[in-house]
Design a protein around this ligand. Structure first.
Ligand code: DP6
Length: 350
């Protein structure tokens, strides 16, 4: 198969501080604004090659390999995504696509892989189409476009491509914010947040009990939905103040409230889901006790799953790691954890 063009991008996962949970009517429009730390060590690396089409029909021709092996389940997901955006990407009709992707983290670790995978894929498509069009966008516009299409693949993916912190969702609290793409949030940022560490403590690597898509849709009938969306707006506004001033206690209190609310919403949805594991609760108790005793600003957040994301500034990393190995490692499944930190966003590979 003759390769016509190829690009490779690495795009990271992210961890939300104010959570996106619930969609408005429309295509992937969030019910509330969200904000996240971009990660560094947890990423997807994806290469997309354009090849000559085999048939001359209008079908999208796609082959997808994950870790070097053909993967039909992912291929179908990607095909659906590409069908939805093909009017904006003539290359999807003109060429066959050969896609290779890998993750830096194990699939079973419960780390949100759709954010890194979909953002890597979207940015590859934008890059290729731009090369074919021979018209270069400014760097800002290029990332905004990639974020727009990443969002259509998976909402949280919109935030993954920017360095450090990204905000997604229209809100009066952030100038230039949009429901359609994320924007970088680096202006009013206290330098301590550039040093933030994220230790991911694997409480359980069991398959997700509920997909994000279904989880979001349960908000449609959740009796607390309205209150939640108002809370998210308020939490975002207040979080921005702590991000500016470097008030780590306020920052941590909001981040933990967001994590607990996300899980509480799932518990009181119909049907109900408990996504924490027994080890999650034990870790939360130990983290809170450690914080009380040590007075160190170490706080946790959670994704829609059982794993703890411990957040702390680099200057206390030594003490926090000593605590992790003394008290939390034994609660991790097979002692598994991943030490990550605030990262630099999507990166083009040679
Ligand atoms: C709990 O982005 O995975 O991680 O848009 O349906 O693909 P879809 O959902 P997804 O939802 C992520 C939810 C979350 C919170 C967050 O990242 O903001």
């Amino acid at each position: 198969m003759k390769e016509i063009k190829k690009v490779t991008w690495r795009s990271p996962s992210n961890i939300a501080l104010v959570k996106y949970w619930g969609k408005k009517t429309g295509v992937q429009i969030p019910a509330n604004p969200s904000i996240s730390f971009t990660l560094e060590n947890c990423y997807s690396e994806t290469s997309v090659s354009l090849v000559e089409k085999e048939g001359n029909g209008s079908d999208i021709e796609l082959r997808f390999y994950f870790d070097g092996k053909a993967n039909m389940a992912f291929q179908l997901k990607i095909l659906k995504f590409f069908e939805s955006i093909r009017k904006d990407f003539p290359l999807l009709n003109q060429y066959g696509l050969l896609i290779h992707s890998t993750n830096s983290f194990p699939h079973s670790s419960g780390i949100a892989s759709s954010a890194s995978a979909m953002s890597a894929l979207a940015i590859c498509l934008c890059d290729l189409q731009e090369q074919l069009n021979k018209k270069k966008l400014s760097a800002d516009k290029f990332l905004q476009k990639a974020s727009y299409y990443a969002r259509l693949g998976s909402g949280s993916a919109a935030r993954s491509i920017y360095p450090q912190i990204a905000e997604w969702g229209k809100t009066n609290s952030v100038k230039g914010s949009s429901d359609e793409y994320a924007i970088p949030y680096t202006k009013n940022l206290h330098p301590v947040f550039q040093t933030y560490q994220n230790s991911i403590l694997i409480a359980s690597s069991a398959e997700k009990k509920v997909s994000s898509r279904v989880g979001h849709s349960l908000m449609k009938t959740n009796p607390f939905a309205r209150t939640r969306y108002a809370q998210a707006e308020k939490n975002l506004k207040e979080l921005l103040v702590s991000l500016k001033t470097g008030d780590l206690e306020k920052f941590g209190a909001i981040v933990e409230e967001e994590a607990m609310t996300l899980h509480a919403l799932m518990m009181c949805s119909t049907p109900s889901f408990v996504l924490m594991a027994p080890a999650t609760l034990s870790m939360i108790e130990r983290i809170r006790r450690f914080r009380e005793e040590s007075k160190l600003p170490v706080y946790f957040t959670l994704d829609a799953g059982p794993n703890i994301h411990l957040l702390y500034p680099k200057k206390i990393a030594k003490k926090v790691k000593a605590f992790i190995y003394a008290e939390l490692e034994e609660l991790c499944e097979n002692g598994r954890m991943i030490h990550d930190k605030v990262g630099k966003g999507a990166k083009k590979m040679k």
